[in-house]
Design a protein around this ligand. Sequence first.
Ligand SMILES: Cc1cc2nc3c(=O)[nH]c(=O)nc-3n(C[C@H](O)[C@H](O)[C@H](O)COP(=O)(O)OP(=O)(O)OC[C@H]3O[C@@H](n4cnc5c(N)ncnc54)[C@H](O)[C@@H]3O)c2cc1C
Length: 401
Amino acid sequence: MVKQRLTIGIAGAGIGGLSAAAFLARQGHDVTVYDQFDEPGPVGSGLILQETGLAVLGELGLRGAAEALGAELHRLHGIAKGTGRTVLDVRYSALRKRLRGVALLRPVLFALVYEAARKAGVTIEPKTRIINVSRADGLLTSGEGATLGVFDVIVDALGVRSPLSDLPRVKLPYGALWATLPLPEDGAFRSGALEQRYDGARKMAGVMPSGRATPEGPETATYFWSIRAGDYAAWRALPLADWKKQAVELWPETERLLEPVTTHDHLTFARYAHRTHWPVVEDRLVHLGDAWHATSPQLGQGANMALLDALALSLALSVRGETHERLKEYHRMRVGHVRLFQAMSYLFTPVYQSDSTVLPWLRDWLAAPLSRVWPAPPLLAAMVSGALGSPLKKLHLKPAR
Ligand SMILES: Cc1cc2nc3c(=O)[nH]c(=O)nc-3n(C[C@H](O)[C@H](O)[C@H](O)COP(=O)(O)OP(=O)(O)OC[C@H]3O[C@@H](n4cnc5c(N)ncnc54)[C@H](O)[C@@H]3O)c2cc1C
């Protein structure tokens, strides 16, 4: 139990906000979380928990539950159309024999951290849209005009479109259409790999086994199709069959998987953005998760980074001292890892999603062969698993695998 009891307001009940709330309430702080949702529960696709995120869930006692419902991933594997060349081949075991990722449905992860926060005694206030903050006074303003607080610490965990951060956002030109589908029973897509197929950098499709919603539920796969944000309206205007034809041409093995997709509404469009908000600590306000550092999900790190931030914040506030100094300690614990992964994501995203012809050519004919030569395989596995920059060591954690 922490000696100094703080009153903490968390804006945003996503993965980052709820896990931070659970950690901080367990330490004895008085925590309230606000979200705009009517009922708790996110929509969305599958996501990959890396060893970084799994280790943090372990600290919350949730690792076993996540692993039980998730699907193990051992490899990321991509093939270019036309040449049939393998141009992405990252094996977790290249870094450590037993290392792997766990893919699971976003609502499953949400339910785990939501329950943990609730059990820790966090007050969760739905139907509250946050529109402003008074950083020095520790006050939040809701869309209905209510003033919330006074808080010793306010955590901005409002995600990529947080109104509490005021920097310009770089909207990436590409996003993706996503769907969660039943995993076909013919054995396809069960090799423990996230599979991708590319045609240059303009076309990309991916399939990831993403576990089950309940222990008895059917196994799922998450499918994604890369699309230019500006082309989304035109895609909706075309008959779905035209798109399906393209999708199956790029990747014939997905025909069965895509059978349940019968209307445009079965695919959800997500537009990606890249931005890093500075400063991280502004008087009593601190930014966390996507509200601090948002990227395309190309490296599959966002939820893991939010979990790492949540643990770091609670560790920083578990030590007695001047609150502003403790918040700066949170910044120090995370800043190196955040900078590293923001830079890597910024560099890697156009290699897979852009209008460039040069980048995919370099990827297929230069980077792919080099990636098989030591030390590339363990380095790539360290990047994909989030281990580069040793983020767990800074939080006094050891990887379980
Ligand atoms: C398609 C897609 C695939 C992804 N795949 C992966 C993956 O494989 N692995 C991975 O680690 N990450 C992945 N990510 C990224 C990951 O989902 C995010 O990084 C992560 O959810 C960030 O958590 P967060 O708590 O910071 O924000 P969020 O989870 O976005 O939570 C923000 C919360 O704030 C609430 N909110 C927003 N605005 C307001 C407001 N004004 N007032 C009140 N409440 C508000 C929202 O309702 C939400 O509950 C993916 C993202 C996308 C879009």
